[in-house]
Design a protein around this ligand. Structure first.
Ligand code: ATP
Length: 199
């Protein structure tokens, strides 16, 4: 699976649309301090579904929308798209190219799209589960994450190995199933109460 393209518009310092094409091999982004290099990484993390504003180096989600410069007005929409070539069918979809898009409007509305079709964040999460790609995965490693792994903060080392071993999706499904069982138990208790009242 290859990361081939990143398109950013209205996200943080990117008032104009910027398209970054990734070739095979290593891609380096260079530029003077404060020019927006880390914002590129933030954009990737964000389109993959990051919900924690702290991880995006922002205090509130609205602040990831381009808020203007001396010469430019703020924008009302942030949009980031990330395209993968699904060469080895690592992503469980029939498409050989997958583009995920996230939009956030200043009104607070947000949208996720999979190959231009509106979808839920859950669909994107499911698609990337156990691929090593995701907002919390080891595909994006920032300086703070290196510290957390070295200090094994909040079981980060174990989580990293679980993601790499491909068992995260089973843990998530187990949690969802246990919740359904709990709900079914509650429904059963309610039915028993009703039966008792009727007798
Ligand atoms: P360094 O090399 O110092 O780490 P960098 O190239 O990684 O810097 P970033 O941290 O990516 O730079 O970008 C910081 C710039 O992004 C700042 O100039 C900041 O004003 C700008 N910025 C952040 N959020 C927004 C926003 N919502 N609207 C406009 N500009 C923004």
């Amino acid at each position: 699976m290859l990361l081939t393209k990143l398109e950013i518009k209205g996200f943080k310092s990117f008032g104009d649309k910027v398209t970054i094409l990734f070739d095979e091999g290593v891609t380096g982004i260079v530029g003077q301090n404060g020019c927006g290099k880390s914002n590129v990484v933030d954009a990737i993390r964000w389109v993959l579904g990051e919900q924690k504003t702290r991880a995006l180096r922002s205090d509130k989600m609205e602040n990831i929308i381009f808020n203007g410069t001396k010469k430019r007005k703020p924008l009302n929409l942030a949009e980031v798209s990330l395209t993968f070539k699904n060469t080895k069918n690592i992503l469980a979809t029939e498409y050989s190219e997958v583009t995920i898009t996230r939009r956030l409007y200043r009104t607070g509305e947000s949208e996720y799209l999979l190959n231009n079709v509106p979808c839920r964040l859950k669909d994107i999460n499911n698609l990337f589960l156990d691929t090593g790609i995701g907002p919390d995965s080891y595909a994006i490693i920032e300086l703070k994450m290196v510290d957390d792994i070295l200090n094994d903060k909040e079981n980060s080392r174990r989580n990293l190995f679980e993601e790499a071993a491909g068992i995260s999706k089973f843990k998530i499904r187990k949690k969802e199933t246990l919740k359904k069982l709990e709900d079914a138990d509650q429904d059963l208790a309610r039915v028993e109460d009703l039966l008792f009242e009727l007798q």
